[in-house]
Write a protein that binds this ligand. Structure first.
Ligand SMILES: Cc1cc2nc3c(=O)[nH]c(=O)nc-3n(C[C@H](O)[C@H](O)[C@H](O)COP(=O)(O)OP(=O)(O)OC[C@H]3O[C@@H](n4cnc5c(N)ncnc54)[C@H](O)[C@@H]3O)c2cc1C
Length: 314
């Protein structure tokens, strides 16, 4: 294996008994003409957040355009709106949050509308053009034009696996590392985990890319157990569920936290609940111990085998 030390600008050879690949992903930068304008931002790292916040803190941003109504896009929309900025969201699909069924997404649409966030569905940006005083105009496929002082482009993530090309390690159609249920790659003694791998969705039985921290954390622990031989476990797929804690009700003084039986989600929920209480909110917690976990029982899901040689980590 060849390692480049970027600080010293040197390259050296390294050997390994076992190797774990966890290079994660990077935000997709779409090839839209004009997308290199300084008012257009992607959000991936903490320095990205600091940069965007600095721009907003200057108080010059009156209108923000968010391209893509996925989780990160809507979180950006919510937070920019909370800063008193007019927010417009443009989404190519006919609904926000594409993993949701339309009926559930419709609730999101109506909430956005009630909050005064403009949502344009089945619309896509085809070009950006500079406007006066650092602003920008986005041209949409429908012919509509939207002017904004700041544009967020949170429209997806691709795996950082370019450095594996030519290594012989099998990659999926979109460049994700192919692993088996032990998180082993196609190369001997090489394991992989995190946003860079293809996983099985246990409900559909199909391969999927689900770049979330919870699964990445679990995969890291399982891969470590497997490559060390200390506590071998299989990884039986990713559902892509999430916990949301929202202030609800009049006066926004109440928070509801919902979680399932997974230990890490339970711990995360208690941390969220604790934080909400510290902020003076009334907290209600719902436990759904058997809810989603029952779907993951062997024999009940399309993607799981009925018998296993090793116990999956829950
Ligand atoms: C704005 C935002 C909000 C998010 N919110 C949530 C959330 O609410 N819940 C949730 O579950 N997930 C969330 N995520 C996703 C979560 O951050 C990722 O799923 C998680 O960080 C993936 O972990 P990872 O270890 O696979 O990759 P990363 O955390 O991306 O780590 C990979 C590391 O490898 C380094 N690297 C890459 N290539 C090489 C190389 N060739 N050599 C050496 N180093 C390399 C990278 O620089 C990086 O430091 C969010 C992500 C973003 C961007």
């Amino acid at each position: 294996m060849q390692i480049r030390n970027h600080a010293a600008d040197t390259v050296y050879e390294e050997i390994y008994d076992k190797l774990l690949l966890a290079p994660g992903g990077s935000p997709v930068k779409p090839p839209i003409p004009g997308a290199d304008h300084p008012a257009i931002h992607t959000l991936w790292t903490i320095p990205d957040t600091d940069r965007i916040r600095k721009v907003v803190d200057q108080g010059e941003i009156k209108t923000a355009l968010v391209v893509g109504a996925g989780f990160i896009g809507l979180e950006m929309a919510e937070n920019l709106h909370a800063r008193g900025i007019r927010v417009i969201v443009v989404e190519m699909a006919d609904q926000a949050l594409s993993p949701l069924d339309y009926e559930m997404a419709a609730l999101v649409h109506s909430e956005l509308q009630q909050q005064g966030i403009e949502l344009h569905l089945a619309e896509s940006v085809t070009a950006f053009e500079p406007a006066a005083e650092g602003a920008i105009v986005a041209r949409l496929a429908s012919g509509r034009e939207i002017g904004a002082d700041l544009v967020m482009l949170p429209i997806g993530v691709r795996p950082n696996t370019g450095f594996l090309e030519g290594s012989g390690i099998a990659l999926g159609p979109r460049g994700h590392i192919v692993v088996d249920e032990d998180l082993r790659t196609s190369a001997p003694h090489v394991y992989a985990a995190g946003d860079a791998i293809e996983v099985i969705n246990p409900l559909s039985g199909k391969k999927a890319a689900i770049p979330l921290a919870g699964p990445a954390n679990k995969q890291g622990r399982i891969a470590a157990g497997n490559l060390s031989g200390v506590s071998p476990r299989i990884y039986d797929g990713t559902l892509g569920t999430a916990i949301e804690a929202r202030p609800v009700g009049a006066g926004n003084d109440k928070t509801i936290v919902v979680f399932s039986g997974d230990l890490d989600k339970a711990i995360a929920s208690f941390i969220i609940a604790n934080g909400a209480r510290a902020m003076g909110r009334k907290v209600t917690m719902f436990f759904t111990f058997w809810g989603l976990n029952v779907l993951r029982k062997p024999g009940k899901t399309a993607g799981l085998k009925k018998t296993r040689s090793k116990k999956p980590l829950r």
